[in-house]
Design a protein around this ligand. Structure first.
Ligand code: ADP
Length: 227
């Protein structure tokens, strides 16, 4: 069974870029590796529903309770379970561009205190206990300040699920800040998380520099896994 290596971070933090770079580098050194990206907007029924949700079809984002939103994201993964388990079976590593931690950070960010803590527990129960999705071996958090992420988003090409440059959620800086805070807390609390500081001395590090750091960390993980 291949370990799941999950790339996380706020929107515009460079997840897609780094997930692809990591996959390419691992395959260059001869590892069997596959990249999966969640949500699977085009491939699953629930993925389509998430696109509709992010475009405001079910109401303003703050009108949809985060518990209900979290079920859409978890169900997209449940619908993708055969694909996920197939990839885990065939490969030496499976890279996920977003996974369960995105659900924790994004939905958790909409609540605080006890309500947040309860929702985080509930999401993990749904995804790991009820839907029996595999646990990540390593979660790589790409940590960037919100302003840097928003600059990246503004420069980004249109996505498949929205014709807007930034979807409703990405446009909201205060929300992204709360998401970042939840991610940082999760990184502190969980020993299988690895935080990458993507900005140094106020400057975003180069894609290659960040990719080197991640490759090194993941290679170490794969070596200990093989023992
Ligand atoms: P995410 O998947 O987290 O939303 P992307 O990988 O799509 O982020 O990156 C968002 C935008 O920022 C893309 O246009 C990408 O080329 C650019 N980008 C990513 N990482 C860096 C970096 N280290 N330096 C400069 N631009 C970057």
């Amino acid at each position: 069974m291949a370990p799941l290596i999950v790339i996380e971070g706020i929107d515009g933090s460079g997840k897609g870029t780094q997930a692809k770079a990591l996959t390419d580098r691992l395959s260059e050194v001869g590892r069997r590796v596959e990249l999966l990206s969640f949500p699977r907007y085009q491939e699953t029924l629930f993925g389509h529903a998430i696109g509709d949700f992010l475009n405001g079809r079910f109401g303003q984002l703050n009108e949809v309770h985060p518990f209900l939103a979290s079920v859409l994201y978890a169900a997209d993964r449940y619908e993708s379970k055969a694909v996920l388990l197939g990839a885990v079976e065939r490969n030496e590593a499976v890279i996920c561009d977003r996974y369960v931690p995105s659900n924790l950070a994004h939905q958790g960010a909409k609540l605080s205190g006890v309500e947040r803590a309860e929702l985080l527990q509930t999401i993990q129960r749904i995804e790991f206990d009820i839907f029996s999705l595999p646990q990540p071996k390593l979660v790589v958090l790409l940590d960037v300040p919100v302003e840097v992420a928003q600059r990246n988003i503004a420069a980004k090409k249109p996505r498949s699920y929205t014709d807007k440059a930034a979807d409703l959620q990405e446009a909201d800086g205060e929300y992204l800040q709360r998401v970042r805070d939840v991610y940082l807390r999760l990184a502190d609390e969980n020993s299988n998380w690895y935080r990458v500081k993507s900005v140094r001395d106020g400057q975003q590090r180069s894609v290659a520099d960040i990719a080197d750091e991640i490759f090194e960390r993941v290679t170490r993980e794969l070596l200990t896994d093989a023992k």
